[in-house]
Design a binder for this molecule. Structure first.
Ligand SMILES: [Zn+2]
Length: 245
């Protein structure tokens, strides 16, 4: 039997009375838990709640069995639907990543801080979501050098992105004879990327355009795909995008 902290990302009914929970755990990355008979309980388990779980470990690869769950922190409530959608997108992002057990503390902390931060956020939740992406890149060892030009190596605001999602400054871009393989970014998007590492200080004054939303979503998904060599689809991201126009 083990005890571990976990934040539930999804709950699926199983049989007549049981549930299968997917959770990001403190000790073991993403785990699946069979909660036998828990649909009849008076206190239901909730998505986005942080629990201390008492679990029987699976005999082989498979489901943990839930013995007890006690609530530690409630991350189910957000100031608005927009912010709630940002919470959904972040939890979905983390659920797609294969987390080695020895790194699960780091991913758990990042997700927990993300949800706690969103509970205090009233506007521009997508900026916090993109910052989460940066933190995930760092944990994956594919940190994005947002302000370093791939051609000249100088720290300069990025202006365009190449096919491998490398960053190009404006000067280098203008020197290129062949610019067909580069994607220009709008000023709004480059400004957001420049400020993203400390975006919390700028949340209230940035207006996020529809164009920047689609450019930056494409940027982050493509960056992930190029560096991780696997596709990434986030259903909840299209819900989040609807709040910016
Ligand atoms: Zn340059």
């Amino acid at each position: 039997m083990i005890k571990t902290l976990g934040i539930i990302s999804s709950i699926i009914p199983f049989g007549d009375t049981s549930l299968i929970l997917k959770a990001l755990s403190w000790d073991k990355g993403q785990i699946s838990i069979l909660a036998k008979g828990w649909r009849k309980k008076q206190e239901p388990v909730l998505r986005f709640c942080e629990y201390e779980f008492t679990l029987y470990e699976p005999k082989e690869e498979g489901l943990h069995l839930l013995k007890e769950a006690s609530v530690l922190q409630d991350f189910t409530q957000y100031p608005s639907t927009e912010i709630w959608a940002a919470a959904e997108a972040g939890v979905e992002l983390l659920s797609k990543i294969i987390i080695p057990s020895n790194e699960s503390h780091d991913y758990y902390t990042v997700q927990r801080e993300y949800l706690a931060y969103l509970q205090k956020t009233h506007i521009n939740g997508i900026l916090i979501f993109w910052r989460l992406f940066l933190r995930v890149f760092k944990l994956l060892g594919i940190e994005s050098q947002l302000n370093t030009c791939r051609i000249c190596g100088n720290k300069r605001a990025l202006y365009a992105i190449d096919n491998a999602v490398g960053h190009i400054c404006q000067e280098c871009f203008e020197d290129l004879s062949e610019s067909g393989q580069y994607t220009l970014l709008s000023q709004n998007a480059t400004e957001i990327l420049r400020l993203l590492p400390e975006i919390g200080m700028h949340l209230d004054r940035i207006k996020v355009s529809t164009v920047a939303v689609s450019e930056l979503n494409r940027y982050f998904l493509q960056y992930y795909q190029v560096h991780q060599k696997q596709t990434l689809k986030l259903k909840s991201l299209s819900v989040l995008c609807q709040f910016y126009d």
